[in-house]
Design a protein around this ligand. Sequence first.
Ligand code: HEC
Ligand code: HEC
Length: 321
Amino acid sequence: MKKFFKGLLYLVLAVVVLIGCFVAYIAIDGIPKYEAATVEKKIEVTPEKVAIGAKIAAVQCVVCHRGSDGKLSGRKLSELPPEFGEIYSANITQSKTAGIANWTDGELYYLLRTGCKPDGQYIPVYMPKFPHMSESDMEGVIAWLRSDNAEVQASEIAKVPSKPSMLVKFLSHVAFKKIPLNAEPINAPDTNNLPAYGRYLVAGRYDCYPCHSADFKTLNMEFPEKTPGYCGGGNMMVNLNGNQIFTANLTADDATGIGTWTEEDFRKALHEGVNKEGKSLRDPMLRYNGLTNQEVKAIFTYLRSVPVIKNKVDRQWDKDL
Ligand code: HEC
Ligand code: HEC
C-alpha cells in the first residue's frame, strides 16, 4: 500500500512538473513565429483602387488603428476583453521609421491574408485576417495605405508593444494558427447573386461575423461558418465607457434574432444606428453609412439563409452603458 501511494505521489509530481514546463515554455515562447513566404506584388495606386480601399478601410482598419493624432498611428485597444491582455495596434502610416513605408506590397498582402509579419511573427486574434477578401478589394486597401489620404501620411508616434496575456499565448499555440496563403486568386462574387454577395460582405469584405458570433476565442477565420454560434451574437466586448456589451443575434430567429425585421429596419440599423425597437446602437457597433443599399440588401438576404440560432442576448438596455 505504502509503495502504491509513493508511486502515485511520483506520478502526480511528474504531471505537475510537466504542466509547469509547458506553462514556462508558453510564457517564454510567447506568440509563435512561422516561416513567412515572399509574395511578389506591385500594386498600382490608381484613384479607382484608392476609392475602393478607402471605403473598406473606413470600417475595417481605421477603427482599430486611428491614433491620438487622427492618423493611423495606433492606439490601445481597450474594447477587447481584458482577458486578452494589454493590446496596442500599430502605426500603419507612411513613416519610414514608425510606420510601414518600408514594407513591400507583397509583405502587406501576406500579413493581411495570413496574419504573419515579414519576420514570420504571427498576430493573434486581436488583428483580423482577410483570407476571403477579393483580390480587387485587397489591392484597394493596399493602394489606399499608399495614397495621399491624410490619415495615412507619416506619423512618428512609435508603436507601444502589446502585452498579450498567457491565455492568448496559450491559444496561439493550440487554437489561433496562421491562415494558409490562398493558392489561387480570390475572385469577387457576382453582385447579382444576393446570398453569395451577402456572404462575401459578412465574411470577406466587412467582417460582421467575428463580433457577431459566440466568442473571439473560438473564431475560425479560415472557415467562417465553422465559428461556433456563427452570427448568433452574444460575444462580450467592452465599450468606450469601459462597460461590458454583448453583440446582437443576427440570425433569423423571430424571438431572439432579427427574424421579424424588414429590410428597411435592417438598413436603418446599419445606416442610422437605430434598431427595430428604436434603440440607438452603441459602440463598438459601427455606423455603416458608407454601404450602398444593394450591399445592405445582399447582407440582409444572406443573413436570412444562415442557420437560425436561438440565443437570447441580454442587451442591457436598462443600464446606462
Ligand atoms: C480589431 C483591431 C484591428 C483591425 C480591425 C485591424 N488591425 Fe491591424 N493591427 C491590430 C493590432 C492589435 C496590431 C498589432 C499587433 C501586435 O501588437 O503585434 C496590428 C498590426 C497591423 C500591422 C503590422 C504593423 C507592424 O508594424 O507590425 C499592419 C500592417 C496592420 N495592422 C494593417 C491593418 C490593415 C490594413 C487593416 C484593415 C484592413 C487592419 N490592420 C485592421 C489591430 C487591428
Ligand atoms: C466591432 C464589433 C462589431 C462589428 C464588426 C459589427 N457589429 Fe453589429 N453590433 C455590435 C454590437 C456590440 C452590437 C450591439 C449594440 C447595442 O446593443 O447597442 C451590434 C448590433 C448590431 C445590430 C442591431 C441588432 C439588434 O437587434 O438591435 C445589427 C443589425 C448589426 N449589429 C449588424 C451588423 C452588420 C451587418 C455588421 C457588418 C457589416 C456588423 N454588425 C458588424 C458589434 C459589431
